[in-house]
Design a protein around this ligand. Structure first.
Ligand SMILES: [Zn+2]
Length: 85
């Protein structure tokens, strides 16, 4: 099995998310400029997040809250289709 690349939330500032999926192994992100998915790890060492997509005029964000400790993060998303009205 391939090694899973991990990124810590406190080292992930400025990444641009192109897609995400939540699995029992944690949250995986497709990040601009990275050939492989990365798993997002919290400062507490867990990688399970409550995920919310937030759309505002002309931009989309991914809002994350750690299930275990409540640490929050947010990232810019690109290439994400706006939900139908
Ligand atoms: Zn945490």
């Amino acid at each position: 099995m391939a090694t899973i690349r991990e990124v810590r939330i406190d080292a992930a500032h400025g990444i641009v998310v192109q897609g995400w999926r939540s699995t029992e192994d944690g949250l995986f992100l497709r990040v601009r400029g990275q050939p492989e998915e990365v798993r997002l790890v919290c400062v507490c060492g867990r990688s399970h997040w409550i995920v919310r997509e937030q759309f505002s005029l002309g931009s989309a964000s991914l809002i994350l809250i750690c299930h275990a400790c409540g640490t929050r993060g947010s990232f810019v998303m690109e290439g994400v289709t706006l939900p139908a009205p």
